[in-house]
Ligand binder design. Sequence first.
Ligand SMILES: [Zn+2]
Length: 74
Amino acid sequence: MADMAILLRGRSRCHLCNAVIEAEDEAQLFPPALFATDSAFGRLNDSAVHRQCLDARPDGDLALQILDEYLRDL
Ligand SMILES: [Zn+2]
């Protein structure tokens, strides 16, 4: 199993909007060191975000694509 960020619903904050991820929210987790720290996705390393916040970004699909490739190569 990949080393992933930990999501505590009702406590963890979305790294995109900084609001708490509640039990009913769709969430996306990212592992540590997935993205270059100086890239646009750097703050997504070891994070949990609302799926809707990710989808609202024009580059959200790219982040998921990078994650998908990472998971496939494990
Ligand atoms: Zn959010």
